[in-house]
Design a protein around this ligand. Sequence first.
Ligand SMILES: Cc1cc2nc3c(=O)[nH]c(=O)nc-3n(C[C@H](O)[C@H](O)[C@H](O)COP(=O)(O)OP(=O)(O)OC[C@H]3O[C@@H](n4cnc5c(N)ncnc54)[C@H](O)[C@@H]3O)c2cc1C
Length: 560
Amino acid sequence: MNAPESAQPLFTQAPPRLGNQFRDDPLLGPWLRRTIPAEHAREIAAELDELGRIAGGDLYALQIADRENEPVLRQWDAWGNRLDTVDVSPLWREAERLTVKHGLVATAYEPAFGRHARLAQFLKVYLFHPSSDVYTCPLAMTDGAARCLIESGNQALMDRALPRLTARDPAKFWTSGQWMTETTGGSDVGRSQTRAVFENGRWRLYGRKWFTSAVSSQMALTLARPEGNPGGGKGLAMFYLEVRDANGQLNGIRVDRLKDKLGTRKVPTAELMLEGTQAELVGQPANGTRAIEPMLAVTRMWNSVCAVAFMRRGLALARSYSAQREAFGQPLANLPLHVDTLAGLEAETWGAFLMTFLLVELNGRQERNEIDAEQRSLLRLLTPLTKLVTGKQAVSVVSEVVESFGGAGYCEDTGLPQLLRDTHVLPIWEGTTNVLSLDALLRSDLHSGLAALMGRASACLRGVSQPRLAAAARQAVAAMERAALWLEAGQDPEILQAGARRLAMTLARSLQLVLLCEHAQWLIDNEKDPRGMSAALRFSRLPVDLMHDVDPALDRQLLG
Ligand SMILES: Cc1cc2nc3c(=O)[nH]c(=O)nc-3n(C[C@H](O)[C@H](O)[C@H](O)COP(=O)(O)OP(=O)(O)OC[C@H]3O[C@@H](n4cnc5c(N)ncnc54)[C@H](O)[C@@H]3O)c2cc1C
C-alpha cells in the first residue's frame, strides 16, 4: 500500500565523519611550524599527513567494524595441556603492523630528529592512539622498558631487548609489560608480596601480579622482594623476565583470568601467578621502586599524550556532528549555547595539548643531554602534573562530547560510549590523581621545580604584548603565586595533604593558561590567526585558581 501523499519520508541522521586527522586539527599545523625547525618539520609533517589519513580513514573504519571483538584467553587445549594464550582483536593486529611501520616507539631512539625525536614520535602517537583501541597501552610500557633498561646501564639486557623493543621489523618487534600492581595495592607498591629467590644460580619469582596489561607482551619489567630484604619499596628489586621460552612455553607463569573491565576492553589485562618465573636482576638487589621510575616517567608521558588525543578525537566527532544535526530549524553548530559548550571543550584541549607537548619537548632534550638545570627541574614537576591534569580534563571533555550527541552518544554502535569508557582509565593507571598530587607535593626537589615553573610562566608573560592576552597571563601568574604562598605558609601536614590535589591542579591549569597566551601571541604575530586568542581568553574564564581553605576536621565529620 502506498503511503499517504502528505507523509514525509522517514528521517535518518547522517553520522559524524572524520577526515584527515592531521589536516583537520586546528592546532597541529601552526604548532609544528612554531616548534620544530623547518628541515625536520617537513619530513615529520609528511608522515603525520599519512597517519592522519589512516587514523580518520581505514583504521577508524576498522575500529568501528571491530567494536564487538575482545581478546580471548585460551587456558587449555582439548587434551588438557595448559596454553594460556591470548588472541587479540583484528584491530590490534593492524595496530601492531602500523606501529612497526611508523616507528611509534622506534622514532624516539633513532638519531634522525635529534632532540626533536620525542616530539616526532608523540605527534604520531597523538594521531594514532584514538583509532587504536588503546594498543598504545603496551606501547607505552615498551617505550618505558627501553628507557628504563638504558638508564639501568645493564649492557647485557640492553643488547638483548633494545633491538626488539625499538624494532622497525615486524618479525623482531616485542612489546613489554610493567608488572607492579599486586592485591596489596598499586599506589603503595612497597607492600608487594612477590618473592625473589636465588635458586641454583638463577633468580626465580613467586607471587601474584594483579593487573598486567598486556599479557600478550613478550617481556616485562617487574618488582619482587629478594629473600631476606626488608619490607617497603627499598626492599624490592627490579627484574627483567621473558614471558615464554624458546619453545613457546610460559616461563613459570599461570594466567588466571582476564579482567572484566569498564573500558580498555581490547587490552588483555590479566591476573597472573608467578610460580618460579626465571628472571634477571636488572641492577641492585634492592631499591626497585627507584629503579623503575624511568619507566613510569615515560608511561606517564604516554598517558598525557593519549589523554589529549582522546579529547581531540571527541571534539572532531562532536564538531562534525554539530554541523549535520539540526534542532529548532538550524544545525547545532549555529546554536549559541551549543557553540559555547564546544568552545569550552576546545579551549581545554588546546591547554592540555600545549602542556603535554612541553613535557614531551623537555623529555627529548633530557634524553639528548641538551637540557639545563632549570629545565630539568621543570621536567620533574611537569611529569606528575601533566599526567594528572590531562587525565581529568580528558574525562570531563569526552563526557561532554557524549552528551553533545544526545541519545545517540549513549548508544554503543556510535562508538562514543567506548570512547568515554576508554578515557576513564587515564586518571587511574600510572598513578591516580591523588597519588600523583602527593608525588608532586612531597618531592624533595619541589622548590626548584616550582621556581622553574614560575620562571617559565614569567617568560611567557613577558612575551605577550596583546593587552587582553597579557591580562590573562597575569591572572595565571597570580594563581601560581597564590599556590606557592599557600605552600610556603608552613601548613599543618594534614592540611597540606588534603590540599595537594587543588595545589597540583592550580599549578597545572595556570601553566596551561600562560602557555595558551604565549602561543596565541605567536599565532597573531606570525600567522594572523586569532584562534589561539579565543582559546586563551576562553580558558581564562574557566576555573584556573582552585585554591581554597580546608578544614580536615569538618570533612571527617561530613564523612561520619
Ligand atoms: C585497566 C587497567 C590496567 C592496568 N594495568 C596495569 C599494568 O599493566 N601493570 C600494573 O602494574 N598495574 C596496572 N594497573 C593497576 C593500576 O596502576 C592501579 O590500579 C593504580 O595504580 C591504583 O592502584 P590500586 O588499584 O591498588 O588502588 P589503591 O592504591 O588501593 O588506591 C585506591 C584509592 O585510594 C587513593 N589513594 C591511595 N593512596 C592515597 C593517599 N596517600 N592519599 C590519598 N588518596 C590515596 C587512590 O587515589 C585511589 O583513588 C592497571 C589498572 C587498570 C584499571
